[in-house]
Design a protein around this ligand. Structure first.
Ligand code: CA
Length: 266
């Protein structure tokens, strides 16, 4: 009995120390305010979204429906589009120099296009699944569906380093669409209403943006029609979000200090 009690006590201490060590690191939850709602093609299975110099670019997924597009923000109208061959399921999208770079899901191949003409310039390979893509001015940053982000040399596409993303000491898996904004990596977490704001240095989640309810449930077409799409207009400090098959794209403002209400709404 005595030995068992000691063991039980030791277990409690271990559990207790774990709680003490990690409790202070739990990231706060922020809420949002919708500033504008724009039309978005409800047939677009959004996998990548960027806003650059007044242009909105989108990568859409699904085999046979994958594309690279430029769209008019105000109307949602597709201004320019190329189809991705049906054997590929297109994924994340970012810009580098005068190019646009698009990932594919399981084919381990990426495409580099001329941004002005959408002409395919080259391809490259990577060993992981391709999910989200962004860049920090030095490296491409890609997600692969796990808790790991890969930093790639934008010219050779070789991995420079990797980053494990955690919150409260726990891995944050299913990192999907990405956007690098003011020194933080914003990442959709697949099949949730949440965006993680991640430190590129430590991998820790600095805060969560809870977007629950941003698209009225009556407009959610299927279980797969989830939040996925973050773009930032650096020139005008505008943050855009949308989702797969969502009929709307929103400009939002992150509202701090609303975590308790936002958490409770899940
Ligand atoms: Ca993005």
């Amino acid at each position: 009995m005595k030995a068992r009690n000691v063991a039980r006590l030791a277990g409690m201490l271990i559990v207790g120390s774990g709680i003490c060590a990690s409790a202070a690191a739990a990231a706060p939850v922020e809420s949002y305010r919708v500033l504008h709602a724009y039309p978005h093609d409800s047939q677009a299975f959004t996998q990548g979204l960027i806003y650059l110099d007044g242009h909105l670019y989108e990568s859409t997924g699904l085999n046979g429906q994958s594309s690279l597009r430029e769209e008019d923000l105000e109307t949602g109208r597709v201004l320019k589009e190329i189809d991705v061959p049906s054997r590929y399921f297109a994924e994340g999208l970012t810009n580098w120099g005068s190019t646009l770079i698009q990932l594919t899901w399981k084919a381990h191949i990426g495409f580099v296009y001329d941004r002005a003409t959408f002409k395919l310039l080259r391809t490259f390979h990577y060993p992981w699944e391709g999910w989200g893509l962004t860049q920090d001015g030095q490296h491409l940053i890609m997600s692969d569906g796990s808790e790991t982000l890969h930093f790639l040399n934008p010219n050779t596409f070789e991995q420079v380093r990797s980053l494990r993303v955690t919150d409260n000491g726990e891995p944050v898996k299913n990192l999907n669409e990405l956007e690098y904004i003011h020194g933080q990596i914003y990442a959709n977490v697949w099949m949730t209403d949440r965006i993680a704001r991640i430190s590129p240095q430590t991998g820790k989640v600095l805060s969560w943006i809870n977007l629950a309810g941003i698209l009225p449930s009556i407009e959610v077409r299927s279980d797969g029609a989830v939040l996925n799409g973050i773009a930032y207009d650096a020139a005008h400090n505008r943050l855009f979000v949308t989702g797969k098959l969502w009929p709307r794209l929103f400009q939002i403002q992150v509202v701090q200090g609303s975590g308790r209400r936002a958490q409770g709404s899940e």
